[in-house]
Design a protein around this ligand. Structure first.
Ligand SMILES: *Cc1c(COP(=O)(O)O)cnc(C)c1O
Ligand code: SF4
Length: 439
């Protein structure tokens, strides 16, 4: 059995001493044998937890259940499991029960921005479509901890249809992101159906899938699945590697199948204390990813979801990481570091300052080495004054290809809109004005 190491063989035997040879590469076998209780976990890993830990375990899983695939479990080093990055992402910690002062059950307000079942419509032109709330492995750092694993609310075909209907009736949506849970927990047939429905909607230009299967259960990426997916281009896929250890022979095979099918691959990491909060480690991870044709896309600051307090790092750690990447390594190995705004503001990019100062004629910049340099502004520049009438503009953008909407800071910068300032809805000064006018 190619690509299976000694530890995986051992775990496989402990799951099923008769059938393991024929079953290890069968993803459904892993889902069926996902480890959900502490005794099975001990048995498969070959360890024994102290009694205190066993007691804390049951209190934690009552609130946030555990599920680990035998495959992912087999990546844990039994001799130092407590510090193991895979263990920390997979095994409940009693610290999950410590609720921080700023923690929320739905920090990103995904429920409030939901116009139809399973849909989060936050940005002008794209939606998140939760097509499954199951995962083969429940990440301890999951931002949707409150939802994942709730078998009573697995979306039915009818519920999915309502989501598709919303997308069909909302022409400004051009990009649909299938998420969950893990969309690859659905059968090939169900996925094929969803992708087919979406591809028949004229205004949908691109569909993306967010899945952690290449990391936690790479055998899900079967030839059949890949063959089906490639009928639905343009299709993009983002996965979720957090630590270089996770790029095993099996996951590399899964990635290369997807890449060979012409699916552009991206990675979204989460910055996690005690797992990957190290510039050197992230650089190594990103190098391994690009070697496997995966473009690091985002690195997320850990959200304010309940039960994640012990994983949070200061934003400063992310800045340090970004400082260690830009310039030091290939541009395509540098992800965007984002904070997903609590309250539903969406992703906010954060990075070190490279712009040091600005005068009328020169801009002062610094590079990754500390070199301070000047960029001379052009002596003559004829700006294009824009009245949004593309037909009469010499830049030759076809009106029908042009983006309609303009919001936020983009609008403040525009020539054709008179908005001078954006004022928060609950501005006291403005309230006084209205009171005044009314009086
Ligand atoms: C992350 C996210 C998206 C996609 O954002 P991109 O920056 O385009 O990758 C869309 N909708 C919601 C609600 C999201 O959280
Ligand atoms: S660089 Fe330092 S913090 Fe990072 S993995 Fe090595 S020893 Fe740990």
């Amino acid at each position: 059995m190619q690509g299976i190491n000694a530890q995986q063989r051992q775990v496989a035997r402990r799951v099923d001493k008769d059938d393991w040879r024929s079953s290890w590469m069968d993803w459904k076998w892993h889902v069926r044998h996902s480890v959900r209780d502490i005794s099975s976990f001990e048995k498969l890993l070959g360890v024994r937890f102290p009694d205190l830990e066993r007691r804390a375990f049951s209190r934690t899983v009552d609130k946030f259940p555990m599920s680990v695939t035998p495959y992912y479990l087999s990546l844990i080093d039994p001799d130092d499991y407590a510090n193991d990055p895979v263990f920390r992402q997979a095994f409940p910690s009693p610290k999950e029960l410590e609720i921080g002062r700023f923690d929320m059950t739905d920090p990103l307000h995904e429920d409030e921005d939901s116009p139809a079942p399973g849909i989060t419509h936050r940005y002008p032109d794209r939606v998140l479509f939760h097509v499954s709330n199951l995962c083969s492995m429940y990440c301890r750092h999951c931002t949707r901890k409150r939802k994942v694993g709730d078998v009573d609310s697995v979306p039915s075909k009818k519920t999915l249809q309502q989501g598709i209907e919303y997308i069909r009736n909302t022409p400004q949506v051009r990009d649909v992101l299938l998420s969950g849970g893990d969309p690859f927990m659905l059968s090939d047939e169900r996925l094929d159906w969803i992708l087919g429905e979406l591809s028949r909607i004229e205004h949908i230009e691109v569909v993306r899938i967010g899945t952690r299967m290449p990391v936690v259960l790479p055998y899900r990426v079967t030839d059949d699945l890949v063959h089906m997916l490639k009928q639905h281009h343009p299709l993009w896929l983002n996965t979720h590697f957090n630590h270089p250890r996770e790029l095993t022979a099996s996951s590399r095979t899964a990635l290369s199948r997807l890449a060979d099918a012409g699916i552009p691959l991206g990675n979204q990491s989460v910055l996690l204390a005690g797992v990957n909060d190290c510039p050197r480690l992230i650089k190594t991870l990103n190098h391994k990813l690009v070697k496997n044709r995966v473009r690091p896309y985002y690195i997320y600051q850990c959200d304010l979801s309940e039960g994640l307090t012990h994983f949070r790092t200061p934003i400063a750690k992310g800045m340090e990481i970004m400082e260690s990447l830009r310039g030091h390594t290939s541009g395509f190995a540098v992800p965007t570091y984002v904070v997903d705004a609590p309250g539903g503001g969406g992703k906010i990019p954060v990075m070190p300052n490279y712009l040091l100062s600005w005068g009328t004629n020169k801009t002062i910049l610094r590079n990754y080495e500390g070199v301070i340099t000047t960029y001379a502004e052009p002596e003559s520049y004829e700006p294009q004054y824009c009245d949004r009438n593309c037909t009469d503009c010499n830049l030759q953008l076809k009106e029908e290809d042009a983006e309609e909407k303009c919001v936020g800071i983009e609008k403040l910068l525009s020539d054709w809109d008179d908005t001078q300032s954006l004022t928060p809805a609950e501005n006291e000064r403005m309230e006084r004005r209205t009171d005044h006018d009314a009086a």
